[in-house]
Design a protein around this ligand. Structure first.
Ligand code: WTA
Length: 652
């Protein structure tokens, strides 16, 4: 088993503080006590399909009822078989039909300060027009649409428009490179790309359309490109291929009923890093995912009608899918959406937004919290944050001291913190405190949600004892579970279902303490968590090796104050000189191959890499060197002892 990447585990091991919800908070909560939570969890665990089926009947709109809750042929799950529903209908039309059309759906703020509010009825109109425009571009059930857009309402509208007509969206985070877009277009066979002329980021315009143009030169399956005017740039529009949003969407009819779709109709693909160089297209389907996003949103954020809910993620990641779009909108929430950087025009932009919009629920990432801490308390104190009632975190473990700062400075010691553990693959939150019921311990994601049965196992597949670390698995399928890797069911089976029989392998190590609280201890594979984003070391290595000067490369994570993991790479060269210019060139090369988020923080040139006799790179040693630690542990299998000495010398 690989060691955990990143740091902080020793802190977590010693954490003993417990923060129960206040009596006042608990009294008003959906789930009011540990006893209530435990009763619900036990009831769900006794018969998960029945538990979920009862919820599905009540919570989703069914054009046709389902006949069977779950058909499970490991590793293929089908939920709510025989039923017909539509995720867009559940998120939009259902509220309008039930008389809540005037309720605010999206409160949006652009980075330059422009604002827009959409009610559920207005959202229905916009989504319907967009859906008709997609149809006019030849998109129908099962067609894949790549979306590469800034965080504007149109991004959510585009996702929902796809869902409305049964097209499968594949949102690509707008920081990815042209190469990465082309790879994803080709893997998914995308027919359409939706983008914008540009995106605002720290007062500058990122030329998204230009990047898409470069990608489209290598994306033979893409027939059209739909372009939103956002930043005022004048991109080249290719005749016959590219169309403006304001030309085709604005003039489209607003009459486009949601398509009744089989429960298992693919809803979206979202690419994420695994332990090989090729990102995996994680596939989610309609009914199960939609139900899971909705219920977990309501439970974890204890959602009430008067809440103003803000998740700071980007829709390019799963958090944006489940907790900006599908979960909150299905629950009829009032969703705050912000386009830009947290430090523009100043480092208190988030606190300013919370104060002005009276945000009540705030969901962000530990990497952001670490930046806020660095930016200083004075900026926070300038603002009135008393509207807040719940805080959340996601993406990586939170260091207990960052947790305490969040609790004190942002939460005023009054707001429960929900530390939510989940993954792109799980579709929604799997473990988290329920804020009115479960006392929190800083650094622990506490307990599984109802219907979720975790099991920590050793390498022999047997459950480990209390407080023993092991591989985190989930013992029974749940509705939000991924349904496969796009176009590669073998890899799906191999990655998630082959190592531990009968259980979903999450890829994280964890332990469960004597109170039944779970503590996530980092990945079991070579996946790094850089500012809350998953990156595989092999992806970075492949990018480096594709440069002519590079013979061999090894990438490892090194603990980093803000990012969690920083990317450190060790590179051996062909004939080239190890210069500062080359180092910069390699940085630019990785930026071009993957995107800015993968650019290595450290590049070290070395004459060779430490390897075992069987030729495997000894990453453990490289991790120690990258972190500036003495290389510990067994080195007797090291093929060339001098390599280690040389790498250490460079350190000195
Ligand atoms: C990590 C993000 C500790 C974990 C929703 C997981 C966490 C990976 C937490 C999934 C948390 C996410 N505590 N670790 N609360 N949340 N992780 O697919 O390693 O981008 O496997 O999904 O992030 O990252 P992904």
């Amino acid at each position: 088993m690989a060691e955990q990447a990143g740091g902080g585990i020793s802190n977590v091991m010693r954490e003993e503080r417990v923060f129960p919800p206040s009596a006042e908070f608990a009294a008003q909560a959906r789930i009011k006590s540990m006893e209530e939570y435990e009763a619900l969890w036990t009831q769900a665990a006794a018969d998960p399909p029945k538990f979920w089926a009862d919820l599905a009947r009540d919570e989703l709109h069914w054009f046709e009822p389902f006949s069977k809750a779950l058909v499970w042929n490991e590793p293929v799950a089908e939920w709510f078989v025989g039923g017909k529903t539509n995720a867009c209908y559940n998120c939009v039309d259902k509220h309008v039909v039930e008389g809540r059309g005037d309720r605010t759906a999206i409160i949006w703020e652009g980075e330059p300060g422009d604002q827009r509010t959409l009610t559920y009825a207005e959202l229905q109109t916009e989504v319907s027009k967009c859906a008709n425009a997609l149809k006019s571009l030849g998109i129908g059930v099962g067609d894949v649409v790549s979306i590469y857009m800034p965080m504007t309402p149109e991004l959510a509208i585009a996702m929902l428009a796809c869902a409305r007509i049964g097209a499968v969206h594949s949102v690509i985070f707008a920081g990815f490179s042209a190469e990465a877009i082309a790879d994803r277009n080709n893997d998914a066979g995308a027919k359409l790309v939706i983008t914008s002329d540009g995106a605002w980021r720290r007062g500058k315009v990122l030329p998204l359309k230009e990047t898409v143009d470069e990608a489209l030169a290598k994306s033979p399956t893409v027939e059209h490109c739909l372009v939103l005017k956002r930043a005022g740039d004048a991109p080249t529009m290719q005749e016959g291929r590219d169309v403006w949003w304001h030309d085709v969407v604005d003039s489209a009819s607003a009459d486009c009923p949601a398509e009744p779709l089989d429960s298992e109709t693919p809803l979206f693909i979202l690419y994420t890093s695994g332990s090989t160089g090729k990102p995996k297209g994680i596939k989610h389907t309609t009914a199960g995912y939609n139900l899971y996003a909705k219920k977990t949103f309501e439970w974890v954020f204890d959602h009430r009608d008067d809440d103003i809910y803000w998740c700071t993620a980007d829709c390019g990641w799963i958090t944006g899918h489940s907790y900006i779009v599908y979960g909150p909108l299905a629950a009829g929430a009032q969703v705050m959406m912000y386009e830009g950087a947290p430090n523009h025009p100043a480092e208190d932009r988030f606190w300013d937004i919370i104060e002005r919009h009276k945000v009540t629920i705030f969901y962000t990432a530990p990497t952001a919290i670490r930046a806020f801490i660095k930016w200083g308390d004075d900026l926070v104190k300038k603002h009135d944050l008393t509207s807040l009632r719940i805080l959340g975190t996601v993406g990586e473990g939170i260091n207990p001291e960052a947790w305490m700062w969040y609790h004190r400075m942002i939460g005023g010691e009054r707001c429960p913190i929900v530390d939510t553990w989940w993954q792109t693959e799980t579709g929604g939150i799997m473990m988290s405190p329920l804020p009115g019921a479960i006392p929190t311990k800083p650094g622990s994601c506490t307990k599984p949600l109802p219907g979720i049965i975790p099991s920590i196992v050793g390498t022999d597949g047997q459950e480990v004892d209390t407080n023993q670390g092991g591989m985190l698995t989930i013992a029974h399928p749940w509705p939000g579970m991924l349904r496969g890797i796009w176009g590669d069911m073998d890899r799906y089976e191999q990655v998630y279902w082959s190592r531990v029989k009968g259980k979903y392998l999450a890829g994280d190590n964890a332990r469960c303490d004597e109170d039944g609280y779970y503590w996530i201890m980092g990945r079991i594979d070579d996946v790094l968590n850089v500012s809350g984003h998953r990156l595989s070391t092999i992806e970075i290595e492949s990018a480096l090796v594709s440069h002519a000067a590079v013979a061999e490369a090894a990438a490892v994570g090194r603990p980093h104050e803000l990012k969690g993991d920083a990317v450190a790479v060790f590179v051996t060269l062909c004939d080239a000189e190890p210069t500062e210019e080359l180092r910069e060139e390699l940085r630019q090369h990785v930026r071009k191959e993957i995107g800015a988020l993968a650019v290595p923080d450290d590049i070290r040139f070395t004459s060779s890499l430490p390897k075992t006799r069987s030729g495997k790179i000894m990453r453990r040693l490289l991790r120690d060197i990258a972190a500036g630690r003495e290389a510990a542990g067994d080195t007797t299998t090291l093929e060339d002892y001098t390599v280690l000495a040389k790498l250490r010398e460079k350190e000195a």
